[in-house]
Design a protein around this ligand. Structure first.
Ligand code: FES
Ligand code: FES
Length: 155
């Protein structure tokens, strides 16, 4: 069984086939951007894309990803060029401890793919399922707006 991860096929060894996608990505594939927070679908720290849609990888069996496209935060950049959301995160110094941030970034990037100039309400809704105990929400919102402007061609 293969899963396409960040554009390349990766084989899932037999002993991993009953595991979550999060566990497989982190412990078998060395992709540790997605984090284990709650493990029950509440915090959003484990968010990756499955066929382009944000999912909670802690609740997603890796078997469900067979022959599908998984994108992790490690796959957002194009070579050495960061995704506009990642760059905006740096420019706004969004992360504090950082634990929730890859999930937030994956949610934000999915939002901006679908909604070019989101309102505050749309940003808040897209990120509402992402818990941040460090209180970065205000910077998250500003960084999403900056990324939206850049994607739209403004400075
Ligand atoms: S670790 Fe998956 S939602 Fe919290
Ligand atoms: S930056 Fe620490 S939990 Fe969000």
């Amino acid at each position: 069984m293969d899963v396409m991860v960040n554009g390349a096929a990766r084989a899932v060894a037999r002993e991993w086939r009953d595991e979550s996608a999060l566990h497989w990505l982190r412990e078998s594939q060395g992709l540790v951007g997605a984090k284990f927070g709650c493990g029950v679908g509440i915090c959003g720290a484990c968010t990756v894309w499955l066929d382009g849609a944000p999912v909670r990888s802690c609740l997603t069996p890796v078997a469900q990803c067979a022959s599908r496209q998984v994108t992790t935060v490690e796959g957002l950049a194009q070579g050495s060029k960061l995704h506009p959301v990642q760059q905006a995160w740096l420019d706004h110094s969004v992360p504090q401890c950082g634990y929730c941030q890859s999930g937030q970034i994956m949610a934000a990037a999915a939002l901006l793919r679908d909604v070019k100039q989101p309102t505050d309400a749309q940003i808040d809704e897209a990120l509402s399922g992402h818990l941040c105990r460090c209180g970065t929400q205000a910077r998250v919102r500003e960084a999403v707006k900056t990324a939206a402007r850049r994607i739209g061609g403004a400075a």
